[in-house]
Ligand binder design. Structure first.
Ligand SMILES: [Zn+2]
Length: 167
């Protein structure tokens, strides 16, 4: 058995502080030059100290606490996920509302400017090109509104999240 293997078997005991002083010295000397053993000893330390802190009759409390901590982390993650989904729904609803509410205004204004700038064009236009022009401008308008709405909502969401973190 190599020295490394021999020391490796002692690492858990070393972390628990139950080695003889001679063994302790051997371990200390080896971990100075062996990264693998040094890492393993560090990994054992919190476990060993957690076990030492346990009051004897409640041997399950460490496990219970670990489980509770995991459950809490999971719940927080779930809440964050739900919140993100609600924000996404709000962004979509807000953008649609903005689009629907301001489209007649935009159409009226752009229609007026369009006929002012190109009077001959709007008179000679076929109804189908007028229709497609309307759809093109509606699409561009919608994209713009969504962009504006999205940016506003994301900024609001970031602010709300910051407030939530502080709370
Ligand atoms: Zn080693």
């Amino acid at each position: 058995m190599s020295k490394h293997d021999k020391i490796r078997e002692l690492l858990a005991l070393a972390a628990a502080d139950v080695l003889t002083s001679a063994e302790e010295m051997q371990v200390a000397e080896h971990v100075r030059s062996c990264i693998a053993c040094s890492n393993e000893l560090e990994a054992w330390r919190p476990i060993a100290s957690g076990l030492r802190r346990l009051p004897t009759p409640q041997s399950s409390s460490w496990l219970v606490q670990a489980t509770l901590a995991r459950a809490e982390a999971k719940l927080a993650e779930q809440a964050e996920h739900d919140w993100n989904r609600r924000v996404m729904i709000a962004v979509v609803a807000f953008a649609w509302l903005l689009t629907i509410a301001s489209w007649p205004v935009f159409h009226f204004v752009s229609g007026r400017f369009g006929s002012l700038l190109e009077p001959q064009f709007s008179h000679t236009q076929f109804s189908n090109t007028l229709f497609s022009n309307t759809w093109i401008s509606f699409t561009a308008f919608t994209a713009l509104e969504w962009l504006a709405g999205g940016v506003a909502a994301v900024m609001l969401a970031i602010r709300l999240r910051g407030e939530r973190r502080l709370a």
